[in-house]
Design a binder for this molecule. Structure first.
Ligand code: NAD
Ligand code: UFG
Length: 341
């Protein structure tokens, strides 16, 4: 079994992946500065797994801390989630996004190189495909022009990692392009806990259902989609976590850069999501149609065949399960982790 460093491991996708790795018997070291997470998520991961990951509170931009971490722990691979992820915030604060996401990854790679650790799984996003491709999106398509600094930071990191792997054959790097992660662990103990008003659809819908917000704004019903609302490929976070484990294993036998979409291959509209959530929760989700949101595409879903062929991984959970698990998490934790460190 390997020791894996998980940056951003206290966050939404990170905490579910830490749990999956602990359950698979790996040793885990989490590095997180808690800028968008609570220590409570890892306490709950400990309870669920009966195991304790090492936790280092700190920043991926802190080179001295990284050098110490690699010296103290026999890390053989890194899963790199740490970064900022709000599209709107990235427009207002581009430097913070390039500093965290691009410069942070650069510092992490420099420390990995110095420590001789060359296996890396990176959290990328379907946003790097940009606009204008026919659906579904497959990994062979050229990357496009993301419409915001967040998306550009992901693309820059993909390119940086490509150059690194091309310069030294000892690197093996997986670029995982996530579609729309939703859902929670089936226990309802860990889940997504956004700070402030949620930007993303599912956390907003869940907060309306639980009574924290009055109604959902549906951004546009005049898209060229079956019911006019935006279509996305929602993927259960448990499936996503399993995908990281498969990628980690696959990279052990490969060199160079490998790109894998992590999606279900199926699109659902905003209204389909709302109705599915109402069924799962037994609560009404009032909504109002509002103008389109700037930067949104009409539809986006994955061709997920490559991950199935090369990783032996396939998303197994459908929309009903995503909604039921989101609702359980929201109902059991109406205020999230309460950020009560
Ligand atoms: P998250 O905010 O819950 O997790 C990110 C974690 O990184 C947080 O715990 C935060 O405290 C930590 N962090 C941020 N900057 C850091 C730094 N400089 N040093 C150390 N820790 C730092 O987000 P998430 O949804 O779990 O996303 C994880 C990754 O996946 C991110 O890189 C995100 O861009 C990417 N991603 C997310 C989505 C999505 O919709 N959730 C989609 C595509 C890609
Ligand atoms: N939507 C609403 N109302 C809301 C929020 C969202 O109608 O309050 C709609 C959007 O217009 C879109 C769909 O719900 O049609 C999904 O929106 P999200 O904000 O949940 O997700 P996006 O597809 O816009 O964005 C996600 C990630 C980004 C990533 C992008 C592309 O959040 O980080 O996918 O991969 F860049």
């Amino acid at each position: 079994m390997t020791t894996v460093l998980i940056t951003g491991g206290a966050g939404y996708i990170g905490s579910h992946t830490v749990l999956a790795l602990l359950e698979a018997g790996h040793e885990v070291v989490v590095l997180d500065n808690l800028c968008n997470a609570s220590r409570e998520s890892l306490r709950r991961v400990e309870r669920l797994s009966g195991r304790t990951p090492a936790f280092v509170q700190g920043d991926i931009r802190d080179r001295a801390l990284l050098d110490r971490l690699f010296h103290e722990h026999a890390v053989s691979a890194v899963i790199h989630f740490a970064g900022l992820k709000s599209v709107g915030e990235s427009v207002a604060q581009p430097l913070a996004y390039y500093e965290n996401n691009v410069a942070g990854t650069l510092t992490l790679c420099q420390a990995m190189q110095a420590a001789g650790v060359t296996r890396l799984v990176f959290s990328s996003s379907a946003t790097v495909y940009g606009d204008g491709h026919p659906m579904p999106l497959h990994e062979g398509l050229p990357t496009g022009q993301p419409t915001n600094p967040y998306g550009r930071s992901k693309l820059m990191v993909e390119e940086l990692l490509g150059d690194l792997a091309a310069s030294d054959a000892s690197w093996s790097i997986g670029l995982l392009r996530y579609f729309n992660p939703v859902g929670a662990h089936p226990s309802g103990e860990i889940g997504e806990d956004p700070r402030g008003i949620p930007n993303n659809l599912l956390p907003y819908v869940a907060q309306v259902a639980v009574g924290r917000r009055e109604r959902l704004a549906v951004y546009g019903d005049d898209y060229a989609t079956p019911d006019g609302t935006g279509v996305r490929d929602y993927i259960h976070v448990m499936d996503l976590a399993a995908g990281h484990l498969c990628a980690l294993n696959a990279l052990g036998e490969r060199e160079g850069v490998h790109i894998w979409n992590l999606g279900t291959g199926q699109g659902h509209s905003v209204l389909e999501v709302v109705r599915a959530f109402e069924r799962a929760s037994g609560r009404a989700v009032p909504f109002r149609i509002e103008p389109r949101r700037a930067g949104d595409v009409a539809a986006c879903w994955a061709d997920a065949a490559l991950a199935e062929r090369e990783l032996g991984w396939k998303a197994e959970r459908g929309l009903e399960e995503m909604m039921a698990d989101t609702w359980r998490w929201q109902r059991q934790n109406p205020q999230g982790y309460s950020q009560d460190d």
